[in-house]
Design a protein around this ligand. Sequence first.
Ligand code: M6R
Length: 592
Amino acid sequence: MCGIIGYCSKNGKASQVIFEDLKRMEYRGYDSSGVAMISDGKLLVKKGVGKLEEVNRKYKLDKIPGSVGIGHTRWATHGGVTQINTHPHCDCRNEIAVIHNGIVDNYQELRKDLIKRKHRFLSETDTEVIPHMLEDEMKRGRSLEEAVMAVAPRLEGSYAFLAISTNEPGKVVGTRKGSPLVVGLGKNKAFAASDSMALAGQIDQLYMMGEGEIAVLTADKTVFFDSTGRPISKKATKPDAVWNDNNKEGYEYFMLKEIMEQPDTLLAATHQDKDVFTAVALDVLRADQIIVTACGSSRYAALVGRYLFSSVGKKFCEVVMASEFQYFAESVSRNTLVLAISQSGETLDVIDGVELARKAGARIVSIINRPQSLLGELSHNVLYLNCGPEIGVAATKSFLNQLAIFYLLAFSMVHSFDMAVDNIRKVSRQVARAIDWNNDVIAGITKEYHDKNDFYYIARGINFAIASEGALKLKEISYIHAEGMPAGELKHGTLSLIEEGTPVLVICPGDFTYKETLGNAIEAKARGARIIAVSDVNNEVYDHWIRIPRVHDLLYPMVSVVPLQLLAYHMATRRGRNPDMPRNLAKSVTVR
Ligand code: M6R
């Protein structure tokens, strides 16, 4: 959450570049944004509340003069969404500016202490302690990097922050602990950013910053230090070209583009190294216990994976919500395999759990989309989704590819990787049909239901997690309350909420769950529910039939989730919401 960018150049137009790079990181937070530049020895700061383009229209962030600067796009944690709380934050003398992603847990003590020593605070943020602490250190004659080295160990919590100072105008200094930070270098230019995607097409060398490391950037030269202040040499990697592709290609929203490209991205999920899958499958089979940890959509993909492991590999695994993982840490041992699932590879709840599990000696295998992620660094083995950048906050193609990876892994347990690849390739054509058949139909259905306040999604067995995923999609982008649950649970409480006209989404493919799920739909209908069914089999009980192609039982989740994504998308746009940037959310959740 929050995108940070620092840039050193020689051309006096750094703010244009910073603004463009912030645009590519806006998915990390979009409630407010700001830029600080050093220009003619002075610090110029402009910032405001709203989406980046709006803030730019008002404050001309991209026109601030200067060759060195920093920029921030915020997802508020400490302090409301106000101009004063927007980053960058400065010291008392307006000589130092800082941007930060993360949370300084001990900011209250630090702030009290700084106020006692006559520092003046303007904002309610945790971040503002940092420029004031740097100010104290620089007053003692320390350079900016020495000040950062002195301050960072006193900050508890997680952070990646960048600082500039008018005393050392050509420089950006950055460090990280718990939150991501990369450094990218091109000819006569140096960047530090939360995300390598922000630097797309601008750099030749990419460096992943390790915990506690410090980078000192100038346009000509960048140097690195470890947390004790010792100079270190780091190995550069080449930036991945695929991750440069992040435009909407004519679609109004990234989400729609990402839904539509799923037949292709699903194929990309099959471009895998069979040996790696065989090795991981062996890890799964050998482990005494398997714990899958993930959040949000990734956890729902894991719930489908649990069925696949059980029915194909005959191996039971537990799926634990990553934010709850720490409460089960005592059960993790050397014989545990932890499977961590995360599109971004950055989700802090997942990283926390994995760190605990590593300490207990567990083996860690991750399923990730983003290359060069923190989670990847912590894992013994990584399986990649290969679906390219996903910019819309709602997970769509990454979810589908997570299902595909679980499918490949489950069949690798029974030496059938190649067959699984063939099946997924075939199902990619069925995903295309599910889109073609339903896009307009679903847009029509939303006309009738867009003013409803509550939706219920039901399904059974391997399809149950698709009900939960469909409900999550609807609520996060259209702001309609929605609940997904196993169809058999409805009668244990939720049925009392069903009244005349309540929409109930029934995921009811013609598989081993069909009869019982249909029975539950009939029970809901008897209480006045309007039944919207996702199925390959029509039935008179349905008020609306969203038709999906017939596929093998274990592949239905891959085709039935797609219409539910479209339903959420059309509902959101009909209600005038921007599905790419739902309120209060961000794509990478790097806070606890
Ligand atoms: O990057 P991750 O897969 O770890 O993200 C996990 C969740 O934050 C994410 O799936 C979230 O629930 C999505 N916005 C759902 O569409």
